[in-house]
Design a protein around this ligand. Structure first.
Ligand code: TRP
Length: 380
């Protein structure tokens, strides 16, 4: 029997078999035609598209046609604020920001301080709530547009979601909820209700604009179970089905697994002092050989290397240079120490610049909050 893949809303690995995941979740691989369509509408290309960091979708084609036909469209993504932000978290946000700019779309961003409080034994509500504000600084530092970015903090902005949520909730039985999210009799009832709130945001833009709005959700495929139910119910509730585009997870700097806060030495946080970030890279596990002599003779394996993946997924925009790096690693000409040192200096520079913007963001977080711009929708 095959090993079960640990990817679901509350468990995920990296270097997973993405082909298999697609089959399990029933999503579609992103085709060249869809990528070109998006690039044409965006008037350019993004490394995460070209290299299929975003690699699968549901109804991206429908979303793009609706966008092109002039229908109202919006983006939606979110974050469970259970701690500090690391590079694995901002990876999909970098792409989302590009989409926002290139397609001129509003972004609805959900901070699920309720979800993380309910899910994490150790977390007080006041803590997940203050992480929501801390994490918002990271979002803002990435350069999202202030007029077009609307942050929803669940415990504070529930009035925007609740009337949508109860209409969803009435259509979902406990048995569907159990089967979809793996809940059992010992799950607290807060968590059993929570998914409805995550679904509700995908319908919120239609309510706020008072017009059918097509929503695209960039997210990890682990979030797919939410949208599966949301899509099933959408039409019966009077909303378009939300579309999704899924990203691969950034590997952690250790020998296995995604970049994760449960292994802080394998994660580069946006708040790590730049030299600490650089040091973490220098200590990263690579796809290299145990000795220099063997590396020169046998070459390394960039396909299983957390350092190479950082270049590929975030830090090397130039396709030619990336290819060169790949080949010289394979041939043994490039040694891990040199490869890491170069990444470390890029990461260090990134952190330095990012942290300046992140500090400045404290002065205008308010302007990004949904509640400072929209009235809660009327009950239907
Ligand atoms: N459940 C997500 C998490 O744990 C947070 C989230 C809420 C989200 N809404 C979303 C993620 C929409 C992606 C898209 O991180």
């Amino acid at each position: 029997m095959e090993e079960p893949v640990q990817v679901g809303p509350w468990a995920a690995e990296a270097f997973v078999d993405y082909e298999r995941l697609l089959k399990i979740f029933g999503a579609k691989p992103l085709t060249d035609a869809e990528v070109s369509h998006l690039e044409r509408l965006a008037g350019g290309s993004h490394l995460m598209l070209r290299r299929r960091v975003f690699y699968s979708h549901r109804d991206l084609d429908v979303f793009l046609s609706m966008y092109e036909a002039g229908y109202r469209c919006a983006l939606y993504t979110g974050r469970g604020p259970s701690g500090s932000t690391h590079l694995g978290h901002i990876l999909p946000w970098i792409f989302t920001r590009w989409l926002q700019e290139r397609l001129g779309l509003d972004l609805f961003f959900q901070m699920t301080d309720d979800e993380k409080f309910l899910h994490e034994e150790r977390l007080e509500l006041s803590e997940s709530n203050s992480y929501a504000y801390e994490n918002a600084l990271d979002l803002i530092a990435l350069g999202f547009n202030r007029e077009k970015t609307h942050i929803i903090i669940d415990t504070e902005d529930i009035g925007y979601l609740y009337s949508i949520a109860v209409r969803i909730a009435k259509k979902i039985t406990y048995s569907v909820q159990k089967a979809t999210f793996g809940f059992d009799d010992s799950t607290n009832v807060g968590l059993i209700f929570y998914p409805v709130l995550q679904m509700a945001v995908s319908f919120l833009p239609t309510e706020l604009y008072g017009e059918e709005t097509y929503v695209l959700i960039p997210a990890g495929i682990d979030q797919d179970p939410y949208w599966r139910i949301a899509r099933d119910l959408a039409r019966s509730l009077g909303y378009p089905k939300p579309s999704q585009i899924h990203n691969k997870l950034l590997p952690g700097l250790g020998p296995e697994g995604k970049m994760s806060s449960s292994k802080p030495e394998t994660a580069v946080y946006t708040t790590d002092p730049p030299e600490v970030g650089a040091r973490k890279i220098m200590r990263a596990f690579t796809g290299g050989q145990p000795t220099v002599e063997m590396q020169k003779r046998l070459g390394g394996n960039p396909d299983r290397c957390s350092v190479y993946k950082m270049y590929e997924m975030i830090f090397e925009d130039d396709d030619g240079r990336l290819r060169e790096r790949y080949l010289s690693c394979r041939s043994g000409a490039l040694l891990c120490g040199d490869c890491k040192a170069e990444l470390a200096s890029r990461v260090q520079r990134f952190l330095r610049e990012f942290q300046e913007k992140r500090e400045r963001a404290r002065d205008y977080v308010e302007m990004y909050l949904l509640r400072t711009k929209f009235e809660a929708p009327k009950r239907r």
